[in-house]
Design a protein around this ligand. Structure first.
Ligand code: F3S
Length: 425
């Protein structure tokens, strides 16, 4: 990689040994991917590593070293959700012991470290940092150093910012240097589509299944989706953005999609249209049958596939305000229809602290809490990712949570039926 004199100076230790090591890591990372140079980051950061897992000792050691050297990130950053919330997501004594003494034993210390190097605020723990309420919203063309896969794909696709799918720690290191290696999704060529997705369904697909189908087919390639604007329209309003958030997260977790274009809808597709498609792009047709085939292919990892669900998570990635509102309304409606007051399965909505705060000022908030639903800002994956919680029959409408845990995926209508209606059809 060609480095400027200033970058070389940092690499050679002019700004201290710690910064030199950080620069070396960023440069070697860029070299691996054939980057020719470093380019400046132009917007706030977002970190993926939000959990103080005791076992990742090198992380805390590196953070201590950064702090001791007096180094801070060039922009403040938000970060993924916390792994625990004892108030809203109750744990039994054994679970609590495992969380506090073994799994997340370093949470407090780690959060202190994050504050020291540039964490934006006490409440800035959410994977949907790009929501209006949270306010870490990159502009079109901004260069980012983010790593959370669902946030990266959203920033690239829906906002038109530029960010690679970085790993944890690389997001912090680049944010300290203030620059990222230029390759992949940072380049015009890397943002061109390798796949055309021809959507031929009879209705708007479930976002989480459409994203899953796309991810499983294209893996890390860039898809250009034709036909989705027929259902979503051409404006990025709140509902459409929520849909794209969920579709993108599913494509990023079921495959490794970092950017998608939706014809007539996402900003680059609006600006450049079919010019974004590579000459040799492959075609993948998605119709109703194909979506059903993908849905039916999900394995059920519960010990007893007929077990009664014990817990339900809705909101991975975190729910937007309109989703929180709609889910609350729908559950209350379904309960009323079935002459019930309480939900049948313990259900947790997960959303950012800022969206929760806004929602808590509404009447609907009080009503939904009365049904037994809890609203939390944790990451459900961090909660389920241990042998005790993981062995529970948990259901979810999140394809990401399904992919990375033993939780069982259901479509939205089925979830509604299970928690507030007559059970699975
Ligand atoms: Fe967000 Fe955790 Fe899901 S980070 S996308 S809630 S796995």
């Amino acid at each position: 990689m060609e480095l400027t004199q200033e970058e070389l100076d940092i690499l050679n230790g002019k700004e201290g040994e710690t910064k030199a090591k950080i620069m070396k890591t960023v440069v070697e990372f860029g070299d691996v991917f054939g980057a020719k140079r470093l380019v400046p980051i132009t917007h706030e950061g977002h970190l993926v590593t939000s959990f103080g897992i005791g076992l990742i000792k090198p992380l805390f050691r590196i953070m201590d070293e950064i702090i001791a050297a007096g180094i801070k990130t060039v922009y403040p950053f938000t970060i993924d959700p916390r792994p625990i919330d004892y108030e809203n997501v109750k744990c039994n004594v054994l679970n609590k012991l495992i969380f506090s003494k073994i799994m997340y034993s370093q949470q407090k210390r780690y959060e202190e470290q994050l504050k020291e190097i540039g964490l934006r605020g006490e409440n800035d723990f959410s994977c949907t940092c790009y929501m209006d309420e949270v306010g870490n919203i990159p502009k079109y063309g901004d260069i980012l150093s983010w790593a959370e896969s669902s946030a990266v794909v959203y920033a690239n696709s829906v906002l038109g910012a530029r960010c690679n799918r970085n790993s944890g720690m690389l997001d912090i290191f680049s944010l300290i240097i203030g620059k990222v290696p230029e390759f992949g999704l940072l380049t015009d060529e890397g943002r061109k589509a390798d796949y055309i997705i021809e959507l031929k369904t009879s209705k708007l697909p479930e976002a989480q299944i459409l994203g899953s189908a796309i991810g499983l087919k294209v893996m890390e390639d860039v898809p250009y989706i034709v036909g989705l604007d027929k259902f979503l329209g051409t404006n990025l309003d709140d509902k459409t953005k929520s849909y794209l958030k969920d579709m993108g997260a599913a494509s990023a977790s079921n495959g490794a999609v970092g950017l998608y274009h939706v014809e007539n809808l996402t900003p680059e597709a609006k600006n450049f249209g079919k010019k974004l498609i590579k000459k040799d792009a492959k075609i993948y047709v998605i119709d109703d049958e194909e979506l059903e085939r993908v849905y039916k292919s999900y394995p059920v990892l519960w010990k007893n596939v007929n077990a009664k669900p014990k817990l339900c998570f809705i909101g991975c990635p975190h729910l937007s305000y309109s989703q929180l509102y709609d889910w609350s309304k729908n559950i209350i409606c379904e309960l009323t229809k079935n002459n019930r007051k309480k939900i049948l399965v313990k259900t947790i909505f997960t959303t950012s602290p800022q969206v929760k705060e806004k929602f808590s000022k509404t009447e609907l908030y009080k009503e939904i809490l009365k049904t037994g639903v809890k609203i939390s800002s944790i990451c459900p994956l961090m909660y389920t990712n241990n042998p005790l919680a993981g062995s529970k029959p948990i259901i979810t409408n999140s394809n990401k949570l399904r992919t990375y845990s033993q939780s069982r995926y259901y479509k939205d209508d089925d979830i509604l039926n299970i928690i507030a209606g007559k059970g699975v059809k």
